[in-house]
Ligand binder design. Structure first.
Ligand code: SF4
Ligand code: SF4
Length: 135
């Protein structure tokens, strides 16, 4: 039995379908939804943890991709280099879960790890490469 964290991206046309139900029913996997978010343009993002064997997880991943769901292995952690960050706020407009925000008073970047779904969308946007991923 292994554990794997995946980031699932559901396009609008499949966002309301009970696709994850099949992970249990068809592939006999145990899964936990760690975080989930629907973006303003109706794309669903979900961070899940799967438990099962290699083959079950591989087959379930194929099933999800065939159903139109983008599957990405989750990074372990996102880190902000506080010394490098210049609080420009660019990343806050990319972050769909609002894990990255600018403090209204101090104008400093705030990172709420509990809201981060490890989608890695913010990685390439930082002009001073202050956002790092721990894989
Ligand atoms: S990886 Fe970056 S963009 Fe994605 S939720 Fe976390 S902080 Fe936001
Ligand atoms: S884009 Fe980079 S420099 Fe700008 S606020 Fe985000 S982490 Fe800081």
């Amino acid at each position: 039995m292994i554990k794997k964290k995946l980031v699932l991206s559901f396009p609008e046309k499949v966002v309301t379908k009970p696709i994850t139900y099949a992970l249990v029913k068809e592939f006999d996997l145990v899964f936990n939804i760690l975080r989930a978010e629907i973006t303003p343009d109706m794309e669903g993002k979900m961070l899940i943890e799967l438990r099962g064997n290699d083959q079950q997880i591989r087959e379930a991943t194929d099933y999800l991709e065939e159903a139109g769901v983008a599957v990405q292995e989750a990074a372990k952690d996102i880190m902000i280099d506080k010394d490098g960050c210049v609080d420009c706020g660019v990343c806050t407009s990319i972050c769909i879960t609002q894990a990255l925000t600018l403090d209204k008073k101090t104008k400093k970047l705030k990172f709420n790890k509990d809201k981060c779904i490890l989608c890695e969308l913010c990685l390439d946007c930082c002009p001073v490469t202050a956002i790092k991923v721990n894989i």
